[in-house]
Design a protein around this ligand. Structure first.
Ligand code: ADP
Length: 153
């Protein structure tokens, strides 16, 4: 069984994340969405809220599981029988960050590979932080996030 981990902050999950996830579930038998706990970042939603919003938004995708974890994602992957980490790329600026992350992951455990999905054209501007910014300024963001996020904003 091919298992992949999709790690991230998901603060909150967006339709950009969901698009990547939907595409990944067609390639992998199971995808575990992993809310990576990073206490050095300021988050709008708690880990439990983020996990719950993802669970509700992915309830209709059968081969998706949702979990949270502290520490290295490659370690989590190994422990859960996954050989791949999934990430998304929106812009060149993402590439730089992701390239460094991939190199660090490779150094930590070269047996875990990373697979990148290009953001769809209409989703390249969607980020969790942009959504919060738009929402805080009164813009209707219902086309950008799942219902499970709308009801908690
Ligand atoms: P992190 O803090 O780990 O970057 P995010 O939740 O911001 O966590 O993002 C998780 C992953 O999803 C990252 O690889 C990011 O580039 C990707 N991603 C976020 N939004 C989009 C989008 N609209 N289209 C494609 N990929 C995306």
């Amino acid at each position: 069984m091919k298992i992949a981990i999709y790690p991230g902050s998901f603060d909150p999950i967006t339709n950009g994340h969901l698009d990547i996830l939907q595409r990944a579930t067609k390639i992998f038998d199971k995808v575990i969405v992993l809310v990576a706990i990073n206490s050095s970042k300021n988050h709008r939603f708690t880990v439990e809220e983020r996990v719950q919003m993802i669970k509700e938004a992915t309830a209709d995708i059968p081969n998706v599981e949702v979990d949270s974890s502290e520490g290295l994602t490659v370690k989590y992957a190994k422990e859960h029988g996954a050989g791949t980490l999934i990430r998304g790329l929106r812009a060149v600026s993402d590439f730089e960050y992701e390239f460094r992350l991939a190199s660090a992951n490779e150094f930590a455990d070269a047996s875990i590979d990373m697979v990148f999905f290009m953001a769809r054209g209409d989703k390249t501007f969607i980020s969790s932080s942009a959504i919060i910014e738009l929402y805080n300024n009164g813009v209707d963001i219902s086309a950008l996030v799942p219902e499970s996020v709308i009801k908690r904003l």
